[in-house]
Design a protein around this ligand. Structure first.
Ligand code: GDP
Length: 298
């Protein structure tokens, strides 16, 4: 296991005596420890650099006094800055003023989109919404079936092309699904789209075409926290190729420290909105910046 930042800084400051401001040498030693802790948590290097510079600046101005020892004081600064960058308050879904709210999911294959679609649907249902799931991942042979199975588990209807209709046209399916949702008075439509194993121009073009057809209220980029540093490059590619309003981090039940959340937030400016943490449909929650800050630091 990695040492926590708190342990590292306690060791750094063990020779610090008395009160007053931290010396430049103390601040440099502190910066080094923070840099290592963030890199171990998978935060991207340019983000780490900016972050450390900001913390150094704040640490320079702080008096070493009061109830906290220097290590605790620096950890508090780091924690506050992390929460701040991660978005402060949790960003909530924006619902359409009239007609169904359309939420479109985009991300790589295996990111956890189909699972997430059902989790989100169940979560919305528990809040009194009447969601409908739409299977627009017509690329992966089993994706429609998987969404149907998950939809059934969540007790949420799934709009899908009829079996035997060939590969189907996901844009046409997406468009027709919105009309169907209006007729059946569903108030939220969750559109699952196809991903590929890697970033791919055709996949991006298809997702963008679905986006244009359904005019989503929210596009959510779904990303596996376990892919570590690659999460940021994928996030940037999807921002350019499709665009999105918020991020869902999946597989947080694994041992990923979650630095991807910080990198993506900082570089794309898009908030992480939801956290997915297991294979059960209830392993899902709003994203809490303060919890993620502790995870990155511990
Ligand atoms: P998609 O290709 O993006 O639609 O991804 P899937 O929803 O099919 O998920 C890929 C795999 O990851 C499946 O085996 C899921 O059961 C699993 N999975 C999805 N979300 C999570 C999660 O939060 N935690 C864990 N441990 N597994 C997950």
């Amino acid at each position: 296991m990695f040492a926590t930042l708190s342990d590292r800084l306690t060791a750094t400051f063990k020779n610090l005596r008395g009160k007053g401001r931290l010396s430049e040498a103390d601040i440099d030693a502190t910066a080094r420890e923070i840099r290592i802790a963030l890199l171990e948590a998978d935060v991207a290097l340019p983000v780490v650099k900016d972050f450390v510079a900001a913390v150094k600046e704040r640490a320079r101005g702080e008096e070493v006094s009061g109830a906290l020892n220097p290590a605790q004081q620096v950890v508090k600064i780091v924690n506050d800055e992390l929460v701040n960058i991660l978005g402060g308050e949790t960003r909530r879904l924006r619902y359409a003023k009239s007609g169904p709210t359309v939420i479109m999911l985009a991300g790589l294959q295996g990111a956890g989109k189909t699972t997430l679609a059902a989790k989100l649907a169940l979560w919305l249902k528990e809040q009194g919404k009447t969601p409908m799931l739409v299977a627009c991942d017509l690329q992966r042979p089993n994706a429609v079936n998987q969404l149907q199975v998950n939809g059934e588990r969540a007790g949420v209807p799934v709009y899908a092309p009829e079996p035997g209709n060939g590969v189907g046209d996901p844009v046409a399916v997406a468009k027709a699904s919105i009309e169907d949702a209006k007729r059946k008075l569903h108030d939220v439509v969750i559109v699952d789209t196809a991903g590929r194993l890697g970033v791919d121009a055709e996949m991006m073009a298809q997702a963008a075409a679905i986006r244009d057809a359904v005019q989503p209220d929210e596009v959510l980029f779904v990303v596996d926290a376990m892919i570590g540093q690659d999460a940021l490059t994928t996030a940037q590619a999807f921002l350019e190729g499709v665009g999105y309003d918020g991020v869902v981090l999946t597989k947080l039940d694994g041992d990923a420290r979650g630095g991807a959340a910080l990198s993506i937030r900082q570089v794309t400016g898009r908030p992480v909105m939801f956290a997915s943490s297991g294979e059960k449909l209830t392993d899902f929650d709003l994203f809490h910046p303060d919890r993620m800050a502790s995870r990155i630091l511990d």
